[in-house]
Design a protein around this ligand. Structure first.
Ligand code: C5P
Length: 416
């Protein structure tokens, strides 16, 4: 099997991976996985739970990995390894395959009463879990809730695959194919550069429309989604320009940041850089109106109602859509009702290639939260409802679509 090259080298050369093996019948497949990881150049340290050792002897893993296998939380060497995992220059990735329902529950609860759960908590690098269990166990709401929780913390879950299980039952619960696990590990350790050559212009955050020198109209938006998009775009090789409304977030390294306050400033900055942009993503929550007559000095309190006259702001995305050319244009639609239908209308009206619709009335799925639950809609009627995911993962999926759109526009073959 081959998994491409990374920087001209064998895919995982120099990468340090901790492979956690838990007590599932699929533990024997972890032997094959270990062989693939080492063949790809990774240095693999295996950690086993007690029950995993009933299925496969640690000696098998020790021989193939050419390293001692960790089995005991209280062994001095194993304790040292946990510290090593937590260290910035320690392991590059923690992979648990197979991950049983019990180990998943422990991780989701933040327990640390055995080696693997302690490793999970200590690990500050990417974590990948490949669940394997009986179909009924996998479908149980407890397991599903634990997996959702882990995903929202940024843990990548691969599989399980559907097929005939050890019990003879047909259903979901088989360990994902080794090739799929390798693919995920490679993706995380050797980021793609599939956006190199693109100039991605992203707008993020809210705008502020001044009422007087101390007051403004704005929208509940943190900028997290737009900043996550910028982080992902730059990591994938794009020249990235981030036009940001007021936000407390630190701009990702390597991204050109242009700070603005009002919708008019955002429009000016976006249009100024439009000529060089090949992709435009408008994640900003732009204020639709601004005060017609902002006061020069602070408005004083009176014993009478105050009427504000508001004038509409220009729709920046609409203007950009009207001069699209070969650009790929992605918009957002934050709605509180009738989400998909309204988003479809905006997709057409603003001449977009993709719209990211989300229901911002949900606590975890919209403004200010770390996670987002969105539906991706395209002009061909494609509707892709994503699960609740960390914003960085949502960004990854949006940019995957941008890459596919680029292939389509160029009439090339769409891969993956
Ligand atoms: O029409 P609506 O405001 O819901 O559309 C949302 C999309 O349009 C977002 O991508 C947002 O950034 C963009 N937009 C804009 N200029 C405005 C209002 C919205 O670019 N004045």
């Amino acid at each position: 099997m081959g998994y491409g090259v990374c920087g001209g080298q064998m895919t995982l050369t120099g990468k340090k991976i901790i492979l956690g093996v838990t007590g599932s019948i699929a533990a024997y497949k972890a032997v094959e996985l270990l062989r693939e990881l080492t063949k790809a150049g990774a240095s693999v340290l295996v950690a086993m739970t007690e029950s995993a050792q009933r299925f496969v002897a640690p000696l098998t893993f020790a021989t193939l990995s050419r390293q001692e296998v960790m089995t005991d939380l209280f062994a001095r060497d194993d304790e040292a390894t946990i510290r090593h995992v937590a260290a910035p220059h320690g392991a590059d990735l923690f992979l648990v395959a197979p991950a049983t329902a019990d180990s998943i529950a422990k991780f989701a609860q933040g327990r640390a009463d055995d080696l693997l759960s302690a490793l999970f908590l200590a690990c500050t690098r990417p974590i990948v879990l490949a669940p394997a269990m009986d179909a009924a166990m996998y479908r149980h709401p407890a397991v599903q809730a634990n997996l959702t929780r882990l995903r929202t913390w940024g843990v990548r879950v691969v599989g399980p695959a559907t097929g005939e299980l050890a019990s003879g039952v047909w259903g979901p619960g088989r360990l994902a194919e080794i090739a799929d696990i390798m693919q995920t590990v490679t993706e995380l350790l050797c980021p793609k550069s599939d956006l190199s050559g693109e100039v991605v212009l992203i707008t993020a955050g809210p705008t502020r429309e001044r009422l007087d020198p101390v007051r403004f109209l704005s929208t509940r938006a943190s900028g997290k989604m737009g900043y996550a998009l910028a982080e992902e775009a730059v990591a994938r090789g794009a020249k990235t320009i981030l036009v940001s409304g007021p936000s407390d977030l630190t701009p990702p390294q390597g991204v050109e940041i242009i700070r603005v306050e009002t919708a008019l400033q955002m429009r000016a900055a976006a249009l100024d850089r439009l000529a060089e942009a090949t992709v435009v993503i408008k994640a900003a929550a732009v204020s639709d109106y601004r005060p017609a007559h902002p006061a020069e000095s602070k408005l004083t309190k009176r014993d009478a109602p105050l009427t504000l006259e508001l004038v509409p702001n220009p729709d920046i995305l609409h203007e950009i859509g009207a001069q699209k050319g070969t650009r790929i244009i992605v918009g957002f639609a934050a709605e509180t009702s009738d989400v998909v239908r309204r988003a479809e209308q905006k997709l057409k009206k603003k001449n977009l290639d993709l719209i990211v619709a989300n229901d911002v009335s949900q606590a975890e799925g919209g403004f200010e939260s770390e996670t987002n639950q969105v539906v991706l809609l395209d002009p061909e009627g494609g509707v892709d409802a994503l699960p609740l995911l960390p914003k960085r993962e949502v960004a990854r999926r949006i940019l995957d679509r941008v890459v596919s759109l680029r292939h389509e526009k160029q009439g090339g073959r769409v891969e993956g």
